[in-house]
Structure formats: C-alpha cells, structure tokens
Design a protein around this ligand. Structure first.
Ligand code: ZN
Length: 159
C-alpha cells in the first residue's frame, strides 16, 4: 500500500480542462517517485495515498494542490534590448533567464513596441490537472533514497 517511504512506479496521463494531453508516461518508461517527499504535485500525492498495485483511478487536482494560481506579479515587462538582435520574439516563445543564480523559464505573452511581457508562472499554474493513473509497482525506499528525498534509478547519479 502506498505510504510515506515507499517508492511508487506508475503510468499516468495528464490532461487539461479541454481534454488535451499535456504530459504522459511512456509505455516503456513509467514514472517512479518517492512517496511523502513532495516529488510530485500535492493533489496527486494525496490521491495516491493508500492505493495498491494494479489500482487505476482518475483525479482532478485544483491549482492550489497543483502548480498554484497564476500570480499577476509574475508577469514582467522586459525591454527588447535584453534579447539578442537576432532573437525572433513572438508570443509563446519560451526562454530561460538567470535570476539570483537560478535558471528560470518564462514565456512571452505579449509583444509591445520596445518591450515584451514575459510570464514567469509555471505553464500549468491556474490549471485544473486531470490525471489518469495506474499503479504499477510499490517497494520500500532504500535508506539513501529517504536521506536524499528522491528515487535512485539504475541509470543515474551520484553525489
Ligand atoms: Zn540521491
């Protein structure tokens, strides 16, 4: 049964309110995560609590338990001169900027004469997330996985 300290392997499909698939696990590459370590959005983690191998379910996750609400203060005006001269600026363009030493993703949402409006919200902020999930495997996490707060696969890492 899924509880804190378990490594859970699952397949999922994530749809938005229009029913479009936004993300999904590949058939040969299910998602593994450490339960109880905030590796996945809170609403999905809560819905998985107590489930067993073979369980299939759907859950609608509200923004508050997903990627949060859209924050108007995350809309920032940036002068065109901040971009390279050959950069083709258009609505929908995603770009990365460094803020306080951390790379942050933003999306251009409006083009003005001498500047652009960039949205630093998570792309799924404000969206209700519709997950369809099937639980494939559950195992106990190792001590080092619990210490690190994440799953160790066969192909990663390490520090
Ligand atoms: Zn680690």
């Amino acid at each position: 049964m899924i509880a804190s300290g378990k490594v859970v392997t699952l397949h999922y499909i994530l749809r938005n309110g229009e029913g479009d698939i936004i993300d999904q696990s590949q058939s040969d590459d299910p998602l593994s995560y450490l339960h109880g370590a905030s590796n996945i959005v809170p609403g999905l983690e809560i819905a998985l609590e107590g489930r067993g191998v073979g369980d299939e379910f759907s859950v609608a996750v509200e923004p508050a338990d997903g990627y949060g609400d859209k924050d108007q203060e995350m809309l920032v005006e940036i002068p065109r001169s901040e971009f390279g001269p050959e950069e083709e600026l258009e609505v929908g363009l995603e770009f990365e900027v460094e803020i306080d030493g951390h790379p942050e993703m933003a999306t251009i949402v409006e083009i003005l004469d001498d500047s652009v409006i960039a949205d630093f919200n998570h792309p799924l902020a404000g969206e209700i997330l519709y997950f369809s999930v099937s639980v494939v495997d559950i195992r106990d996490a190792t001590d080092s996985e619990i210490e690190h707060g994440h799953v160790h696969g066969d192909h990663d890492h390490h520090h």
